[in-house]
Ligand binder design. Structure first.
Ligand code: NAD
Length: 708
C-alpha cells in the first residue's frame, strides 16, 4: 500500500503536521513507519518548517503493532523510525489522543515533547504477548520515568491515564481538546512555542532519572527485588529486567542493541508463540460461523438472575460491574437475603483490599435489586436461571419465564450439564433459549460458555455472545451435551487424577507437577479451597444412575470422614488453625493405601511426565471426541475455554496448542496403549486417529457439524 495513505503531511504556520491514518486504531501496519520517516525527512529538509507534530487521525494516536506482524519480517522497525524521530534536528511533538500503546508509545517517547488529551491511555502491553517493547521502549522509558517505574510498566503492561502520565513525567502537558481538529490546533500552537528551544530534550540523552536510581547503593539488586516473582518466571519478564538494567548501566546504543537481540529471541520463543496464539484463539472464539456479517445484535440493557446462590450472586455482580442493572429473584425471603448479603460481602472485601472505591461499590450495589415476583422481572432484556441443578425445578422456572417475560427476552440457563432443549421445551419460544454457562466465581472467571441448543436461534446466540462480551467475558460456543465443552473436556483429567492416586501417585506430587507446568496452584490444593463435597453429590447421583460408573473412592472416603477441605481444617492436606498453608498428611496416604488394597491394585511410582500426560492426554482425547460429534466449532475454542474457565497456563497456549507441541501421533499412540491397559474410557477418538495418521494441527480442527 502507498505509504502516503498511512501518513498525511501538511504544513500549517511553519509547523509540519504528520497524521498517521490506519483505521480503526492506527495499528502499525507495514508502510506506516516508512510514511512517518518520509514525513520527518521532508520536514527536516524544508526551510520553512520550524517544528513538527506527529498525531493520529481519528480517536487514537497508535494502538500498537499489528499483532499479525509478529514473527514476520518487517522492512522498517519501530527501532529505526523512533530513532529517526529522536535524531531530528527540529523539535517533534507527539500529540496523543486515545491509545498510545506499545510501538505507539515508543514513537511518542522518541519525540521531543508529548502532549495528551485527558482521555489518552499510555502503556507498553507487549509482555502480554510474551514480548518486550522492541522499539527502544526498554531504554527510553527508564530514562524518562526512572528504572523502577519503567520496569513496573513493562512487566504489568498496564495502561496509564493522561493525568497519571503527567504526574510521572511521561507527558509534558495535558490539553483540553475534543477531537482531531481541536487537538491539531493545540498541538500546532504548542509546537510553535517550543520551536526555538535548544538543546532539544531528547529522552535518549537524559541522565537525571538514571543517576538518581543508581546513586542508591542497593541498585540494581533493588530493581530485581521490585519485580514480581511471577513475572520473572517468564522469559519475557527476565529479558525485560535485563534491558532495564542495561538502560541504567550502559549507553543508549548498547541498550538498544541488547533490546533488539532479546526481542528477536522472544519473538521466536515458544512462550511468545503460545501467548500470541492465546490472543488470537480468544478472538476467533467470538466469531459465529453463519452469522450475518453486518449483524449488530442488540445489547442487554437490563437483566434478571433467578437464584441467588453461589453462581447467581456472582453473575449478578458481573452484570452490576459492567453497568447493567440486574434484578435477583429467589424462592424465599431468607434465601434472597442470604444471596444479597453474599453480594454485599464480596463488594466489601474488594473495598477492603483497595481494588474498589466506596462510591464505586455503592454505585454497583445500587444496580442490584432483590425481588420475589416474576412480574417484577418481566421487562428485562435477558434472564439467567441459576437455580439448583434439577431438571424438574429448571422446567418449572422456564415455564414461568415463558408466561411473564416480554417477547424477545433472552431466556438463558447457567446449568452445568442439562440439555438446553429440556428447558426450551418448557417454553413456547425455544429459539430464545440458550445456555450462558459461567464459571465459579462468576464475577472473576472470564469464560462464558454459550450453549447452543438444537432450536436456539442465531439471533439469540449473537445477542448472548454480545451480552457476555459486554460483561467483560471471553465467549465461546458449545453444543448441548453432557457437560458441554469446557467441563466435558476437563472431566477425564479429573478422573485420571483420582485414579492415579489409587495406583500410587501422591496428591503433593501431582500438585507439584501441575505447578511446575504453570498452574498457580495444584488441583488438590484448589480442591481443598473449593471443597471436596461440591462434586461428591454429583458422583453419588451418577453412580446411582449408571451401574458401570467407575467410583472415585479416595475423595468419597475423605468426604465421608468429614475432610471437606480448608473449611474443615483438612482435606487432601492438613491445615493449622488460621493458616492456609497445606501440610502433607499421612492420614491421606493411609486412606489411599487402604483403597488400593481393597481394590487389589499394586501401587507403583509415577514419573512427573506420566502424571502430566495421563491427565492432559485424557482431556485431549475427549476434546477430539467433542469436535468429532460436532459439539464445538473449533479446536482453538477449547483452548479459549481452558484459559478462561480453568486458569490453564496462558504461556502454554491452551490444551490443544500444548497437545500440538507434543504431537497428535505421540498422543494417539499413548492413548491407544492406555486403552488396552485401562479399558473403554481411553478409547481413542477417531478424529485424533485421523490427525495422527494424516498430520495437521489439533488446534486447527473444525467441528464436524454445527454445534447444537
Ligand atoms: P446454589 O445451591 O448455590 O444456589 C441455587 C439457588 O437457587 C439457591 O439460593 C436457591 O434458593 C435458589 N433456588 C432454588 N430453586 C429456586 C426457584 N424455584 N426459584 C428461585 N430460586 C431458586 O447453586 P449454584 O452452585 O449457584 O448452582 C446454580 C446453577 O449453576 C446450577 O445449575 C449449577 O449446575 C450451575 N453451575 C454451578 C457452578 C458451581 O461451581 N457452583 C458452576 C457453573 C454452573
Amino acid at each position: 500500500m502507498d505509504q502516503r495513505e498511512f501518513a498525511r503531511y501538511e504544513v500549517v504556520d511553519g509547523v509540519a503536521v504528520i497524521t498517521l491514518d490506519n483505521p480503526p486504531v492506527n495499528a502499525l501496519a507495514p508502510g506506516m513507519r516508512e510514511g512517518l520517516m518520509a514525513g520527518v525527512e521532508r520536514a527536516a529538509a524544508d526551510a520553512a518548517v520550524t517544528a513538527i507534530v506527529v498525531m493520529g487521525a481519528g480517536a487514537h494516536f497508535v494502538a500498537g503493532a499489528d499483532v499479525r506482524q509478529f514473527g514476520k519480517v518487517r522492512p522498517v522497525s519501530t527501532r529505526a523510525s523512533a530513532a529517526a524521530l529522536e535524531a531530528c534536528a527540529k523539535p517533534v511533538t507527539a500529540a496523543i489522543d486515545g491509545y498510545a500503546l506499545g510501538g505507539g508509545l515508543e514513537h511518542a517517547l522518541a519525540c521531543h515533547y508529548r502532549i495528551a488529551t485527558a482521555r489518552a491511555r499510555l502503556g507498553v502491553p507487549e509482555i502480554k504477548l510474551g514480548l518486550i517493547p522492541g522499539g527502544g521502549g526498554t531504554q527510553r522509558l527508564p530514562r524518562l520515568v526512572g528504572p523502577e517505574l519503567a520496569l513496573d510498566l513493562i512487566l504489568s503492561g498496564r495502561q496509564l491515564t493522561a493525568a497519571q502520565g503527567l504526574a510521572l513525567g511521561l507527558v509534558d502537558t495535558v490539553v483540553d481538546a475534543d477531537g482531531y481538529e481541536a487537538l491539531r490546533a493545540q498541538a500546532i500552537a504548542y509546537a510553535g512555542q517550543v520551536a526555538a528551544v535548544r538543546p532539544l530534550p531528547r529522552v535518549g540523552e537524559r541522565t537525571d532519572r538514571i543517576a538518581a536510581a543508581t546513586s542508591d547503593p542497593a541498585f540494581p539488586a533493588s530493581l530485581r527485588k521490585a519485580a514480581p516473582a511471577k513475572s520473572l518466571k517468564l522469559l519475557a519478564g527476565r529479558h525485560a529486567l535485563a534491558c532495564v538494567e542495561a538502560a541504567a548501566t550502559a549507553t543508549l546504543d548498547e541498550g538498544i542493541a541488547l533490546e533488539q537481540a532479546l526481542f528477536n529471541e522472544l519473538e521466536n520463543s515458544d512462550e511468545s508463540r503460545a501467548l500470541r496464539y492465546a490472543f488470537s484463539a480468544e478472538r476467533e472464539a467470538a466469531k459465529l460461523p453463519g452469522a450475518p456479517v453486518d449483524a449488530r445484535p442488540d445489547p442487554v440493557r437490563s437483566a434478571a438472575v433467578i437464584g441467588a446462590g453461589t453462581m447467581g450472586s456472582g453473575i449478578a455482580i458481573a452484570f452490576a460491574d459492567s453497568g447493567v442493572p440486574v434484578r435477583v429473584l429467589e424462592s424465599s425471603a431468607e434465601a434472597l437475603e442470604r444471596g444479597l448479603q453474599r453480594i454485599r460481602d464480596t463488594y466489601a472485601t474488594r473495598v477492603k483490599r483497595g481494588s474498589l472505591s466506596q462510591p464505586a461499590m455503592d454505585e454497583c450495589l445500587g444496580r442490584i435489586r432483590g425481588v420475589m415476583q416474576y412480574e417484577d422481572i418481566a421487562d428485562c432484556d435477558a434472564v439467567i436461571e441459576a437455580v439448583f441443578e434439577r431438571v424438574d425445578i429448571k422446567q418449572e422456572v422456564f415455564a414461568r419465564l415463558d408466561q411473564v417475560m416480554k417477547p424477545g427476552a433472552l431466556l438463558l440457563t447457567n446449568s452445568s450439564a442439562i440439555d438446553i432443549d429440556v428447558m426450551a421445551a418448557a417454553t413456547g419460544r425455544p429459539g430464545d433459549v440458550a445456555g450462558a454457562h459461567f464459571f465459579a466465581p462468576a464475577n472473576v472467571m472470564k469464560l462464558c460458555e454459550v450453549v447452543r441448543g438444537p432450536r436456539t436461534s442465531m439471533d439469540t446466540l449473537m445477542r448472548t455472545m454480545k451480552m457476555g462480551r459486554d460483561m467483560g467475558k471471553t465467549c465461546a460456543v458449545a453444543g448441548s451435551c453432557d457437560g458441554f465443552v469446557a467441563n466435558r473436556s476437563r472431566t477425564p483429567m479429573m478422573t485420571e487424577l483420582m485414579l492415579m492416586l489409587e495406583e500410587g501417585a501422591r496428591p503433593e506430587q501431582i500438585d507439584r507437577v501441575m505447578v511446575a507446568f504453570g498452574y498457580p496452584m495444584g488441583p488438590f490444593a484448589v480442591n481443598d479451597i473449593s471443597g471436596l463435597d461440591v462434586s461428591y453429590e454429583g458422583r453419588k447421583r451418577r453412580a446411582a444412575a449408571n451401574p458401570d460408573y467407575r467410583k472415585l473412592h479416595v475423595p468419597d472416603r475423605l468426604v465421608d470422614m468429614g475432610r471437606k477441605g480448608q473449611k474443615t481444617g483438612a482435606g487432601w492436606y492438613r491445615y493449622e488453625r488460621g493458616d492456609r498453608t497445606p501440610h502433607v498428611d499421612p492420614a491421606v496416604e493411609d486412606i489411599i493405601g487402604t483403597v488400593a488394597r481393597e481394590l487389589g491394585i499394586t501401587q507403583r511410582s509415577f514419573s512427573d511426565e506420566e502424571i502430566l500426560q495421563r491427565q492432559l492426554f485424557a482431556s485431549v482425547n475427549e476434546a477430539c471426541r467433542i469436535l468429532e460429534e460436532g459439539k464445538a466449532y473449533r479446536g482453538s475454542d477449547v483452548d479459549a475455554m481452558w484459559l478462561h474457565g480453568f486458569g490453564f497456563p496462558r504461556h502454554r497456549g491452551g490444551l490443544m496448542f500444548w497437545a500440538d507441541s507434543v504431537g497428535a501421533a505421540t498422543i494417539y499412540r499413548q492413548v491407544s496403549q492406555w486403552h488396552e491397559a485401562y479399558g473403554p474410557r481411553w478409547k481413542p477418538s477417531a478424529l485424533l486417529a485421523k490427525v495422527a495418521a494424516e498430520g495437521g494441527q489439533l488446534r486447527e480442527l473444525r467441528g464436524q457439524a454445527e454445534p447444537a
